[in-house]
Design a protein around this ligand. Structure first.
Ligand code: KG4
Ligand code: ZN
Length: 364
């Protein structure tokens, strides 16, 4: 290919690198596709090693993920040193897989984005040191990413959402309600005073020994509870939602976990079984816990909607509530939130379940 060298006023054959630079300046890539800025995202904050290559218009060019769920289910929870080792064992392969799927050469990346907080320090460290090494090798810019901001903004990949909107982040490590006023402008309205809802579900699932249940043995605690709850009767027990008199938007899940544990112990006595065996009423307990958790989440979110509308922080009509994080992939919770948003003239938006749980796309 020939390009005009204006200063010399003559035609010359440029190097391949110059051709690419020239084409890139016009956002054009040889072949069929347009070249946008392309970011590699890397996520290792908890128990998923994930990577994705996304362009600036939101096209996912390649993605890969390794979940540690099965290993941690066997050890009865996440052991940070085990998670760290598994991230170390997999990160190279996962990043390579995401890049290969995208057919992007590492040198064509515009930047590398990586979760730097919050999360398990040992897990975060693996992603961070891998990324910094890559950044050094490829001489690319590094973009530090806040894990919760990434969860909150993922919806902009699938829907056109204007600021401000309300976001409810419910996962295994986090629980918060915030008003999103810009890409990194968040007003925190409420948070969990103790554990996160996913953590509570994981603990209840473990106490119910759902790993021994043939239908749930490979599922995360929250997924196992959702699965079993479909077969259960939520009216079998009556548990009051926590903090129901608190005049704020905070959450609490420890009390719910403790009351549920007491119920489980009582049932074990009645059924004459030991801890570690699956109760015949496990599905009823799952349905009750899921229902009570959903009621609590909806009540606190309702308060946040009213607060924002009273202060004109959100529009009176068609305000958007975004629910994200692992627990937001729960359809019972989504349905409960939908009832709330219908009643308050809001619109509920949830990323598809695979984008609710941790992934590399939201980081990229
Ligand atoms: O967002 P995420 O993948 O990781 C964190 O940042 O925590 O969320 C994982 C959490 C786990 O506690 C898991 O039990 C829960 O989300 N979870 C669910 C469901 N799928 C995953 N909870 C309720 N229902 C589900 N379907
Ligand atoms: Zn997360």
């Amino acid at each position: 290919m020939l390009i005009l060298n204006k200063t010399a006023g003559v035609f010359f054959k440029p190097s391949k690198r110059k051709v690419y630079e020239f084409l890139r300046s016009f956002n054009f890539h040889p072949g069929t596709q347009f070249l946008h800025k392309i970011v590699l995202g890397i996520e290792t904050s908890c128990d998923d090693t994930a990577a994705a290559v996304v362009d600036e218009t939101g096209n996912v060019l390649g993605e890969a993920i390794h979940s540690q769920t099965e290993v941690h289910l066997k050890t009865g929870g996440i052991v940070p040193a085990v998670a760290q080792q598994l991230h170390r064992d997999n990160i190279q392969r996962i990043v390579q897989e995401a890049l290969s799927a995208s057919r992007i050469s590492p040198s064509d990346l515009s930047a590398i984005a990586t979760t730097i907080k919050p999360g398990l320090a040992l897990s975060l460290g693996v992603g961070l040191s891998f990324s910094l090494q890559l950044v050094g090798q490829l001489k690319k810019p590094f973009i530090p990413i806040h894990h919760m901001e990434a969860h909150a903004l993922t919806i902009r990949l699938t829907n056109k959402v204007e600021f401000p909107f309300l976001v409810l982040l419910i996962s295994g490590g986090h629980c918060l309600l915030a008003l999103v006023q810009g890409v990194s402008d968040f007003l925190l309205l409420g948070k969990s005073l103790d554990i996160a809802p996913g953590d509570m579900l994981d603990k209840v699932a473990r106490r119910l020994s759902l790993i021994k249940h043939p239908e749930c043995s490979t599922m995360s605690g929250g997924k196992a509870i959702e699965h079993l709850a479909k077969q259960g009767n939520r009216f079998h027990f009556d548990i009051k939602p926590p903090l129901h008199r608190a005049k704020n938007c905070d959450f609490s899940f420890t009390g719910l976990q403790q009351v549920t544990n007491k119920r489980i112990m009582k049932k074990e006595k009645e059924e004459g079984i030991e801890e570690g065996q699956v109760l015949s009423s496990a599905a009823d307990i799952a349905a009750t816990v899921q229902h009570t958790m959903a009621c609590h989440i909806v009540r606190r979110t309702h308060r946040a909607i009213l607060f924002c509308k009273q202060r004109d922080l959100l529009p009176q009509n068609n305000a958007v509530l975004v629910a994200s994080g692992g627990v937001a992939s729960n359809f019972y919770v989504r349905r409960a939130l939908e009832i709330l948003t219908n009643a308050t003239q809001c619109t509920l938006l949830c990323p598809p379940p695979r984008l609710c749980t941790d992934n590399g796309i939201m980081i990229a």
